[in-house]
Design a protein around this ligand. Sequence first.
Ligand SMILES: [Zn+2]
Length: 130
Amino acid sequence: MATLEVVCPRCRATATVELLASETDWHSMIFGARRLTCTTCGHSKHQPARTSSNPTMGCELRLKALTRWGNLEFFNREHLAYVEGYIASPNRHVRYEGKGPRNNTIFSRLPRWAKLAGHRSEILAAIKRL
Ligand SMILES: [Zn+2]
C-alpha cells in the first residue's frame, strides 16, 4: 500500500503519493518520506520523513464510494479490491493473525454500517462506480 491515489491540489486530476522509504517496517510506512506526482499537470512535491503521520500529504483521497450511510475512502485500487472482496463475501469471519492491536486490520476499521449484510448490494454498487 505504498502508493496512494489522491486528488491533485493543483489541477484536481488523479495524482499519486508514493512512499520513498525502502524499509517496509510500520514506522517507515507511516512516517517515511513521500513524493506527490501528477502526470496531468506535472505538479510534484516532496515530503521529508516526519514525526507525525501525513500519508496523503494533505491531499484528498481520489477513490470514494458514496452511499446514503456515509462514504468509504480507499488508499488505492489494491485497497479498494481488498475491501470490496470482504464486503462481497457472505462469510466475513476474518481471523486476526498479526501482531499489535486488533484494530490494525483494515476490516476492523470499517464503519459498522459498511459491515451490515443489508447494505452489501448498495455499497458494492457504489464501489463499482469508481
Ligand atoms: Zn495536477
